[in-house]
Design a protein around this ligand. Structure first.
Ligand SMILES: NC(=O)C1=CN([C@@H]2O[C@H](COP(=O)(O)OP(=O)(O)OC[C@H]3O[C@@H](n4cnc5c(N)ncnc54)[C@H](O)[C@@H]3O)[C@@H](O)[C@H]2O)C=CC1
Ligand SMILES: Nc1nc(O)c(N)c(N[C@@H]2O[C@H](COP(=O)(O)O)[C@@H](O)[C@H]2O)n1
Length: 267
């Protein structure tokens, strides 16, 4: 396959026109087991997607400006968030201003307290020109003691190659950054489409608003890979909130290898 599967194009081609709003288009996507688990006991990373659906996910990555995860996933999985499963082809120097064959989405991490690891693969790939510079969306503390330690972490991470993006809001001790502000901020920085890959708490934050207040949904498309296995009750769930959601409508379902991939969209 040399271009994105039709399943993805039919869901995401509308992103090629401007969103007409002050946030990027948002695709929420992840892989789960039949019993709706996204990781194993204690958060152990599980490769749930088979080869074919993993390739589909990497095509999906090429179709977005940004790829957003929570700091829990960054620390637990040490992900690369690149497109390495796609077929090799000649590099196109016009892509991302890098010598890459495919559009690489910008890694964006929700990292409230700047816990990101300066030795992680995302920074290693960036410094070796194999990936884009990761952005760390965080909150700047007001307290002077906390602020001093925060400045030290900020300097370390910036020296290691990260871009630190403090949010402008009245930060107290909240662990969760306000998602609407996160989206407005990255939109202002040029991200017109973003793929949200998890983990559990981030998926829940995006879904909760869609279920509770469909009119102000933060999600345009949901693409879930369902792998034909049971993980068991020790696995990690995301929990989509209470009550069924009618906001997201079924668009299409496709098989990739042994996995079922379901696409939903916000009409
Ligand atoms: N199967 C799949 O497709 C995927 C599975 N995972 C799994 O998910 C697990 C990690 O999930 P979590 O520990 O829940 O971490 P997470 O990746 O959801 O990060 C949560 C952290 O992000 C920060 N954050 C800032 N603003 C937030 C907001 N508004 N909402 C939510 N979080 C916000 C907070 O510090 C919070 O503790 C790992 O086991 C990983 O393997 C992760 C991604 C995809
Ligand atoms: N699509 C999908 N299937 C799975 O089975 C997964 N475990 C994930 N996880 C997500 O992908 C990240 C890893 O990316 P790299 O392989 O390092 O590029 C991981 O952190 C999750 O966000 N996704």
């Amino acid at each position: 396959m040399t271009s994105p599967p039709a399943f993805l194009s039919s869901l995401l081609d509308r992103y090629k026109s401007p969103a007409g709003q002050s946030r990027p288009f948002v695709t929420l996507t992840f892989a789960q087991s039949l019993d709706a688990k996204i990781a194993g006991r204690g958060g152990k990373q599980l490769i749930l997607s088979g080869r074919e659906s993993m390739v589909m996910t990497h095509w999906m990555r090429t179709m977005h400006d940004g790829i957003l995860i929570g700091i829990g996933t960054a620390l637990n999985d040490d992900p690369q968030l690149n497109t390495r499963y796609l077929p090799p082809r000649d590099p196109d120097p016009s892509v991302n201003g890098h010598n890459h064959s495919y559009n690489l989405p910008r890694p964006i991490i929700l990292d409230t307290k700047l816990r990101f690891d300066p030795h992680c693969k995302l920074l290693k790939n960036y410094t070796e020109d194999k990936g884009r510079r990761p952005w760390l969306i965080c909150a700047e503390p007001l307290e002077s003691k906390e602020k001093k330690e925060w400045m030290i972490r900020r300097n370390t991470l910036e020296k290691a190659g990260a871009r630190v993006v403090p949010l402008e809001y009245d930060y107290d001790t909240q662990e969760y950054l306000p998602i609407p502000l996160v989206l407005q901020t990255i939109h202002r920085l040029g991200i017109l489409s973003v793929m949200v890959e998890g983990g559990a708490q981030v998926i829940r934050s995006f879904l909760l608003q869609t279920v509770a207040q469909p009119a102000s949904s933060l999600v345009d498309t949901v693409i879930i890979t369902v792998a034909p296995i049971f993980v068991g009750e020790d696995g990690v769930s995301y929990n989509a909130g209470s009550g069924p959601s009618s906001a997201l409508k079924h668009a299409s379902t496709a098989m990739f290898g042994q996995d079922t991939v379901v696409g939903l969209f916000l009409p």
